[in-house]
Ligand binder design. Structure first.
Ligand code: HCA
Ligand code: CU
Length: 412
């Protein structure tokens, strides 16, 4: 089997699932900006909120579909003839049709039986297929649905001219093993030619792993949003799945996506939603490339790959050695002194490190404190060769800015 990374596509749903995030409200101009950034990054599809949601949602579908982006524009619709007709009129390239198949959603949502769902799908899908748009048909809440039920639905819709089927972990209940099992069963039901899309919520923290498992089991399309925003705590984050794919196939992912744009995309969407980029966001979290413990710092100064699965340079970012704390080590301290234009002997570096650790035991240290200690120590030992101190920025201009209190970071 070819690697999952070589044949997958991203369906970026920040402008659909992301709009369902509690803090999200995007104006038309903001949607255009997000769509343009994601297109420049290189996602394959952009999914937009249903035109049936509101008049502005309808107009935004038409506006974004007419921008001439490279990405194909999709909109999300209920399995209803009027919604699908409205979607087609907006000029989008495709419709993502969805209907709930779990007993919970059938009972508390639309109230239809599986036979009724199949009959409805047979009425609705041909409207889109005959209009010449790309059609996906998905079963909402797939993982709490009876597998026999969803397979019956997929078997029924597969011959109707659709391009792909969708499997949705609507409540984030699935784990990677179950996802793989269901994807394989769906592949068996629909045959080898149709594509399979996976949409996974992150309620139990498995969204990236589930998406990865789906790809390994034969899924072809993954739904993402920027930072994972969406209903409740959201879905597979774009940065998370990119990090996962990059770890397996760095060359391919570097070629396919403009990775240095991710930092600005994450920060732009965070700002629009009045949130911070979470500290633990893959790639763009403020400490994603910060090394702290002395043992780590020493090895990273020798060779960054010692403690890095991802190369920050590939994402337009810098790595940092965090030096002003009690876990620091003398290699890191000596590297900082070198950045200040000062050369330390091993003994000096060790003595200084002891001083820094003692100071850090007493209270919070900043990089300025560390620099002052280094200067004081070097000046007190006049015999040591001292050079004129060189001012070093605490952060490279493009570096992620840490939330306060600001750790003392030095570029490595
Ligand atoms: C929702 C629906 C959905 C749809 C996914 C899909 C889900 O919660 O509004 O179209 O495949 O999570 O089931 O986002
Ligand atoms: Cu969802």
């Amino acid at each position: 089997m070819s690697s999952p990374a070589s044949r997958f596509r991203i369906i970026e749903s920040t402008l659909r699932e992301g709009e369902q995030f509690a803090n999200a409200f995007f104006t038309t101009q903001q949607k255009i900006r997000i769509a343009t950034m994601l297109d420049a990054f290189g996602v394959d599809y952009l999914e937009l909120s249903s035109p049936a949601a509101s008049p502005a949602s309808r107009d935004d579908c038409a506006t974004i579909a007419s921008l001439g982006l490279r990405a194909r524009i999709l909109t999300h619709t209920r399995c209803h003839p009027d919604d699908v007709k409205l979607a087609i009129e907006t000029g989008v390239h495709g419709v993502d049709i969805v209907i709930g198949t779990s007993s919970q959603l059938r009972r508390f949502g639309h109230g239809k039986s599986i036979d009724e769902i199949i009959a409805l799908a047979r009425d609705v899908i041909p409207i889109a297929v005959e209009a010449g748009v790309e059609v996906r048909f998905s079963t909402e809440d797939s993982f709490r649905s009876d597998v026999a039920d969803i397979l019956r639905v997929y078997e029924a819709v597969a011959p109707l001219g659709i391009r792909r089927v969708g499997i949705a972990d609507t409540v984030g209940i699935a784990d990677p093993f179950r996802v793989a099992e269901v994807v394989r069963a769906v592949r068996g039901a629909i045959g080898p030619t149709l594509d399979i899309e996976f949409h996974g919520h992150n309620d139990t923290g498995c969204a990236v792993a589930n998406a990865w498992a789906a790809l390994h089991a034969g899924a072809t399309h993954i739904d993402t949003t920027v930072l994972g925003i969406g209903e409740r705590n959201g879905i597979t984050p774009l940065g998370g799945i990119i990090a996962r794919l990059y770890a397996s196939e760095p060359e391919l992912i570097r070629q396919r996506y403009r990775l240095p744009l991710l930092h600005d995309i994450d920060h732009a969407v965070a700002r629009l939603c009045s949130i911070d980029v979470p500290f633990n966001s893959c790639i763009t979290g403020f400490a994603a490339f910060t090394h702290k413990a002395g043992i780590h710092a020493k090895a990273v100064l020798n060779d960054p790959s010692a403690y890095e699965a991802l190369r920050p340079e590939d994402f337009g970012l810098s790595r940092y050695i965090h030096v002003a704390h009690r876990l620091t080590g003398w290699n890191a301290v000596r590297a900082r002194a070198e950045q200040l234009g000062l050369t330390l002997s091993d003994e000096q570096a060790k003595a200084l490190t002891a001083e820094i650790k003692a100071a850090a035991d007493v209270g919070h240290l900043t990089l300025d404190h560390v620099d002052a200690i280094i200067h004081r120590h070097v000046n007190a030992h006049a015999a040591s060769p001292t050079l004129a101190p060189v001012a070093m920025p605490t952060h490279a201009p493009s570096s992620p800015q840490p939330a306060s209190p600001e750790p003392a970071l030095i570029p490595a």
